[in-house]
Design a protein around this ligand. Structure first.
Ligand SMILES: [Zn+2]
Ligand SMILES: [Zn+2]
Ligand SMILES: [Zn+2]
Length: 190
């Protein structure tokens, strides 16, 4: 499975550091887990990147999912790798507080006390109902791919090294994702 179009587009690791250091750092790195064993089920594979909105989303529920690109658009994950997201049982040192939204299927950060903007639920925001507590690793790591960021508008995780801000569900659409205040995040693929 190719992920060519999802690779970094020439920005260096130094550029990534700069992005991570700009603005106020709102997100905090969770304390290292004291879990001694990591069950296989702590890792969930099959998350996809959308080549339109640049967001990470879960296709495992068997239906097509609306994309914030606009009315009538669905996520398009042609060219995406299969991404692995760990949950709280993992000892990967990632930041906890990430959730799957049962409405829009996106991965979103629930640790700031707001629900962001949801492609399906609008200003009502995302839901945590039925979600695991996911972790996402911050900073420069040995993970397969860095270049992911949290969007303060929609609270989603999106890929920022393709030279586009994609499409954000903020205020019903018409916006790109924001990188302001985000650290750099990394994901593994399988
Ligand atoms: Zn999309
Ligand atoms: Zn949502
Ligand atoms: Zn956004």
């Amino acid at each position: 499975m190719s992920n060519e179009s999802n690779q970094r587009t020439g920005l260096s690791r130094r550029a990534l550091l700069g992005a991570g250091a700009s603005g106020a750092v709102i997100l905090t790195t969770a304390a290292l887990s004291v879990t001694t064993a990591t069950p296989a089920s702590a890792s969930q594979s099959g998350w996809l990147w959308c080549n339109q909105c640049q967001s990470l989303w879960w296709p495992g529920n068997g239906f097509q999912v609306r994309c914030p690109k606009g009315p009538g658009w669905l996520h398009n994950s042609t060219g995406s790798g299969r991404y692995v997201v760990n949950d709280e049982r993992s000892n990967d040192g990632g930041q906890s507080g990430w959730r799957w939204c049962a409405y829009c299927q996106a991965l979103w950060f629930a640790g700031n006390g707001d629900r962001g903007y949801c492609t399906i639920n609008g200003a009502g925001g995302h839901t945590s109902a039925g979600s695991r507590n996911y972790r996402v690793v911050q900073g420069l790591t040995t993970s397969d791919q860095d270049g992911w960021a949290w969007c303060r508008q929609c609270d989603g995780l999106w890929y920022f090294l393709n030279g586009t801000g994609g499409y954000c569900a903020f205020q019903g659409g018409g916006f790109s994702h924001s990188i302001l205040g985000s650290g750099g995040y990394a994901l593994n693929q399988n």
